[in-house]
Design a protein around this ligand. Structure first.
Ligand SMILES: [Zn+2]
Length: 349
């Protein structure tokens, strides 16, 4: 092949190496494959600059040696990934896409999915707001898990009300500095599209994201599940729609044109969860979404303050799929975003 290897090529070679390794090397290569999506620059550029590959995220001397061997003498094998690893952006590639369209990043006003210590995140609300302010955002939505998702520390109505007071305090303290923290939740939806929280408690939030976390390995068509979830009057955004995870789970199947047409008809948004392992929706589905004219929400699904940078992956996917800017709800100013939610709520029933 002899073409220079991209980080995506290296990720695929690492993932394959994991499959033919044994013992602790399986995990080491698998982890290195995932981390290749996080490297902000090309591994071969690091090498060309005479820097050690161990500078790259989670790369130790052993993996660095293997990477260097591949880069110096690219293997002849084809590196097209199998479906479970296909259509994921590396950050290095996302940055190239974004650098060619700098106005796209300037339009971004905020991030609409992130977790805090209230559920399974590692930072508090103030720290997330601070990180968002450093990025020049106008708003962020705090979307901790709802009570049905015990494994991720999902919270009940009472805790959600308590969190609202913390958010109000953060907003008060930061008044004038820019970022407005929106009260939200990642509400767990059952396979019938129903949520697990009291609608009255949801109505007090600024915006509601709904997402599936169960029965994600079924091979049957799930169109009806999506249509029901979109009809759920309590949610405005459908989070990580497929439920896919890099090298772990393919995610659900559906008649996507019908799903997106329904979302467009109801004026709801579907998400690009920009977490590197998710990237859900992916570019192929986003192209269908574009044809149906559905609104798109961008969220990083951050669990640490420094993960807000994952937004690059979602922005690049939207660009690559040629989603029109006026379909991206994070490009709206705060007042327009709030007006959209209010319109959807007024329409219910
Ligand atoms: Zn989720």
């Amino acid at each position: 092949m002899a073409r220079p290897l991209s980080n995506a090529d290296l990720a695929e070679l690492l993932a394959r190496k994991a499959e033919t390794s044994s013992g602790i090397l399986v995990r080491a290569f698998r982890r290195a494959a995932r981390s290749a999506f996080l490297w902000p620059e090309l591994a071969r550029d690091v090498l060309d600059a005479g820097r050690p590959l161990t500078e790259l995220h989670s790369i130790g001397p052993f993996i660095a040696k293997q990477l260097q061997a591949w880069i110096e003498k690219p293997p002849r094998e084809e590196t097209r990934p199998p479906a479970i690893r296909r259509d994921f952006f590396t950050r290095a590639d996302a940055r190239v896409v974004l650098a060619a369209n700098p106005e796209w990043q300037r339009r971004l006003r905020g991030d609409l999915q992130m977790h805090t210590v209230w559920s399974d995140g590692s930072a508090n609300v103030a720290a997330m707001a601070e990180a968002a302010s450093e990025r020049g955002y106008e708003y962020i939505a705090i979307t901790d898990h709802s009570k049905g998702l015990k494994i991720a520390g999902g919270i009940e109505e009472k805790a959600l009300a308590k969190q609202a007071r913390e958010i109000a305090a953060v907003n008060k303290a930061s008044r004038g500095s820019g970022v407005t923290v929106l009260r939200s939740i990642e509400m767990n939806l059952n396979p019938r599209g129903a949520g697990d929280m009291d609608p009255k408690s949801l109505a007090r939030l600024d915006i509601v994201l709904g997402a599936f976390h169960s029965a994600l390995r079924t091979k049957d068509d799930q169109t009806s599940r999506y249509l029901a979830a979109l009809r759920n009057p309590d949610i405005q955004i459908l989070g990580h729609p497929r439920g896919r995870i890099y090298n772990f789970r393919m995610g659900l199947k559906a008649e996507w044109p019908r799903v997106f047409a329904q979302a467009a008809r109801l004026d709801k948004a579907v998400e690009i969860d920009s977490y590197p392992d998710r990237q859900d929706l992916n570019v192929a589905l986003l192209k269908i979404a574009r044809k149906e004219g559905v609104r798109i929400s961008l969220g990083t699904d951050s669990h640490h303050a420094d993960q807000l940078e994952f937004i690059e992956l979602g922005l690049a996917a939207a660009l690559k799929a040629r989603i029109p800017a006026d379909r991206i709800i994070n490009f709206m100013d705060l007042a327009s975003l709030q007006a959209w939610v209010a319109k959807l709520r007024a329409r219910r029933r």
